[in-house]
Design a protein around this ligand. Structure first.
Ligand SMILES: Cc1cc2nc3c(=O)[nH]c(=O)nc-3n(C[C@H](O)[C@H](O)[C@H](O)COP(=O)(O)OP(=O)(O)OC[C@H]3O[C@@H](n4cnc5c(N)ncnc54)[C@H](O)[C@@H]3O)c2cc1C
Length: 273
């Protein structure tokens, strides 16, 4: 099984993988705030000197208090590269140290430190020759949808028509991130950059949703009928460690070999996402 990150990062909350030597901390200013769900929001930062990134990569953010205490965490890049703008989407963990501050307290103009981009394996660039014509399967648990949406955005921007499906597991309707955007992406599957989207609610479904609430099952990752072949050439799985393990077991049952699966783990083992 190929894997890029640790089970939940280090004690400081950032990914275990050491950033390459050339990556250093840069000062960033908060220039945009956008709510994504009841308990998450996207923060856009201006990072002078930022040299770009790939969909799927992440950054480390460092907050420093007036008394010098600092804490850092890793966050996936939430938008494809565009000049010095860097965006992350943060889901609030009620008793967390850093995420409540990022989601509830930071204000436009505030400063923090950013280091990145980090990671070179959990990435998908449109036109990637190792994927060829696809298809590509994206599987997200909770906030694990963030890097996968960045991949979808990059693909749409490039007009890439690789057959693609996002399977997004979440607890209930109020946890849905990027709802309108995902609806638009899947509205017309003949449009360039469109993608099939399957929402898998694990606890509570919105009115009229055809699938009852339950954990991700093998049927949820069955290929759409329009796919040219039954197995995706590449699968990206992102979420808590427990979710990634569960999804990987299902992929193995469905016949996927390890070399088609790339994973990114956000949280500690067994987190209920
Ligand atoms: C490579 C990478 C990319 C990431 N990208 C994102 C992202 O795009 N958006 C995002 O919201 N988060 C992302 N994370 C998770 C993020 O780094 C933090 O772990 C998260 O925001 C919690 O930080 P905290 O300080 O609020 O909680 P902490 O104070 O670190 O933890 C509080 C409690 O919650 C538990 N916990 C920590 N992280 C998680 C988790 N992810 N799920 C469930 N329980 C957890 C801890 O064990 C602890 O009990 C990513 C993590 C990694 C390693």
């Amino acid at each position: 099984m190929t894997d890029t990150t640790s089970t939940g990062g280090q004690a400081d909350g950032s990914a275990e993988e050491a950033p390459p030597g050339g990556i250093h901390w840069r000062k960033a200013t908060l220039i945009g705030l956008h709510p994504q769900s009841w308990h998450s929001r996207t923060l856009a930062l201006d990072v002078p000197g930022w040299t770009g990134h790939l969909p799927g990569q992440h950054v480390d953010l460092r907050l420093t208090a007036a008394d010098g205490y600092s804490a850092q965490r890793s966050y996936s890049l939430a938008e494809p590269a565009a000049s010095s703008r860097v965006a992350v989407t943060v889901d609030l963990l009620p008793h967390g140290e850093v995420s409540p501050y990022l989601v509830e307290s930071m204000e436009l103009g505030d400063e923090l430190d950013v280091r990145g981009p980090i990671g070179g394996w959990f990435v998908w660039e449109p036109g990637d020759p190792s994927i060829g014509g696809g298809p590509v399967l994206l599987i997200a648990g909770g906030s694990g949808v963030v890097p996968l949406v960045t991949m979808l955005r990059a693909r749409k921007r490039a007009g890439d028509s690789t057959p693609t499906m996002l399977v997004y597991s979440l607890r209930g309707p109020r946890d849905l991130m990027y709802g309108p955007e995902l609806e638009e992406l899947s509205a017309d599957l003949s449009a360039p950059g469109s993608a099939e989207v399957r929402l898998v609610y694990t606890r509570k479904i919105p009115y009229g949703h055809p699938r009852p609430a339950s954990h991700l099952a093998i049927e949820d990752i069955e290929p759409p009928s329009a796919w040219p072949e039954p197995l995706a050439v590449r699968v990206y799985v992102c979420g808590s460690s427990g979710f990634v393990d569960h999804a990987t077991r299902l992929l193995h049952k469905a016949g996927y070999p390890d070399d088609r699966i790339r994973t990114e783990r956000f949280g500690p083992t067994g987190a209920d996402r």
